[in-house]
Design a protein around this ligand. Structure first.
Ligand SMILES: Cc1ncc(COP(=O)(O)O)c(C=O)c1O
Length: 400
């Protein structure tokens, strides 16, 4: 009998965290490393949000709160959905957790039985398949390649649905590709989903505010109100307000699902940090200038990175609609040899050689279920990005 549970054998540690850790180790050894693997804004949390947290401490908001969030934070979330998405959610239809990650985890744990299928378009956020596996479900990965703009089409969705399909996870804009679904693209999917009443939709909107040019963000429950009774709309403050460490995410959906998720949370973590909840409330109800300013900065960086990478021989880098990632293809580099003589037979080999030889940490595409690609998080300074792109170019030029 093994000491560790079988369910743990089904999952792997997060490859993005592993890459970030490896880059950190090399840095400690004195190497000059540029880290482009971590998925978090490099900005500080805005001052008025930090102030709200300090005031919450001084006002004694340091005790347990209701398990799935304070009524006033839920009220602020309900108003956010109304204001930004045109969605009506009562406070009883809202749940707050320790990051968007816990919301996803609760939803899957609360609903999946052995063998239930979850459709996950790839490239996907690394945690989706593992969360499904942990909950006993079966991930059904549908590859959405560069030629389809990394987006799921109605035809592919229709073909993936079976009587055992319980959820589809839609993430727009996407981690890792940055691809976003416009209204028509989303409608094509919701039209299919209307015909399959057994399928629920998990909308991961965590990058909602990081959209560029004239891209208009939409979410499934807004595009097709007839689906609202089987949508869980998930969001959070991590990426929108540079609050990754505060750990506040939220979800909105039908009351019976929200209650089930709260029941699970009551037997695991209980309430998310009380102080963070007050900070999140300030983020959602206070001035929104940070969103506009960070969007501008990220768009500038996206343009810098896309232009630079497309000058690298062997790399093809589409222009994403949002988030702070690019997901270039390295198809033409597969089979070549790196400047220091490593055979690039996979995107993992590419990422390792790039780190070893040029000190640039990126995450290989296999981790996100679509190869041969790599992901760059451009949530770092323009100077670092310029240097990183120059190193990647030198690496590619040296491949033979
Ligand atoms: C697509 C996606 N969803 C959800 C999350 C979870 O965010 P958090 O738990 O910090 O709210 C992340 C974080 O990287 C993400 O990239």
């Amino acid at each position: 009998m093994s000491f560790l549970a079988n369910r743990l054998q089904r999952i792997k540690p997060s490859p993005t965290i592993a890459m970030t850790t490896r880059a950190g180790q090399l840095r400690q050894e004195g190497r000059d490393i540029i880290g482009l693997s971590a998925g978090e804004p490099d900005f500080d949390t805005p001052e008025h949000i930090r102030e709200a947290a300090k005031q919450a401490i001084d006002a004694g908001h340091t005790r347990y709160t209701p398990v799935d969030g304070t009524p006033s934070l839920k009220q602020a979330i309900s108003q956010k959905f109304q204001r930004e998405n045109g969605l009506d959610y009562a406070v009883s239809q809202i749940t707050v957790g320790t990051g968007g990650k816990q919301i996803l985890f609760n939803a899957l744990m609360a609903t999946l039985d052995e063998g239930d299928e979850v459709i996950i378009p790839s490239p996907y956020w690394v945690s989706y398949p593992d969360m499904v596996l942990l909950a006993g479900g079966q991930p059904v990965v549908v590859e959405c390649g560069i030629e389809s703009g990394f987006r799921l089409t109605a035809e592919k969705l229709e073909a993936a649905i079976t009587p055992r399909t319980k959820w589809i996870i839609l993430n727009s804009p996407s981690n890792p590709s940055g691809a976003g679904y416009g209204r028509d693209q989303m409608r094509a999917l919701t039209d299919v989903l209307l015909r399959h009443p057994q399928v629920w939709i998990l909308a991961d909107d965590i990058y909602e505010h990081l959209v560029f040019d004239d891209f208009q963000f939409v979410t499934p429950a807004q595009v097709e109100p007839r689906l609202k009774d089987r949508v869980l709309t998930m969001n959070g403050v991590s990426k929108a307000y540079a609050m990754t460490g505060w750990r506040i995410g939220y979800g909105a959906g039908p009351e019976h699902l929200i209650k089930a998720m709260g029941k699970l949370q009551s037997q695991s973590t209980s309430n998310p940090c009380s102080i963070s909840q007050y900070a999140a409330e300030a983020a959602l109800t206070g001035p929104q200038d940070y969103i506009r300013d960070s969007r501008r900065a990220f768009q500038r960086r996206r343009d810098l990175v896309v232009a630079g990478l497309n000058e690298c021989p062997g790399i093809e880098c589409p222009t994403p609609q949002g988030a702070f990632y690019v997901y270039p293809s390295i198809r033409e580099l597969i089979g070549k040899t790196s400047p220091d003589g490593t055979l690039i037979d996979s995107d993992e080999a590419f990422a390792n050689a790039l780190l070893d030889e040029k000190g640039v940490a990126v995450v290989f595409g296999a981790a996100f279920g679509l190869s041969p690609h790599f992901r760059i998080s451009y949530a770092t300074s323009d100077a670092q990005l310029t240097e990183a792109v120059a190193r990647i170019k030198a690496f590619c030029q040296g491949c033979t």
